[in-house]
Design a protein. Structure first.
Length: 73
C-alpha cells in the first residue's frame, strides 16, 4: 500500500513567498522601511491566508467548519 502526502495549509516556500510579498507591500505603504507594524501586518496576513487554505482543504475533504451551539454567546 502506498501512502500519499500533501501539505496542509501553505507549504514552507509558499509561506516565505507570501510573507516576502506582503512585507514588501506593507513597507511601500509605510515609506519603504521595515517597521514593526509592517512586519506584524505582513505576518498576520500570511497567517490569515494559511487559515483560509486549511479551511478550504478541510471542506474539500468533507469536513464542514462552523460554530457549535455550545460556542454561541
Amino acid at each position: 500500500m502506498e501512502t500519499a502526502y500533501t501539505t496542509f495549509g501553505l507549504g514552507e516556500q509558499e509561506l516565505r513567498d507570501s510573507f516576502e510579498q506582503e512585507l514588501l507591500q506593507a513597507m511601500r505603504s509605510e515609506g519603504g522601511a521595515p517597521t514593526v507594524h509592517a512586519i506584524a501586518h505582513s505576518f498576520a496576513r500570511v497567517i490569515e491566508f494559511d487559515h483560509l487554505r486549511m479551511a478550504s482543504q478541510l471542506e474539500a475533504a468533507g469536513i464542514k467548519l462552523g460554530q457549535h451551539s455550545d460556542d454561541e454567546p
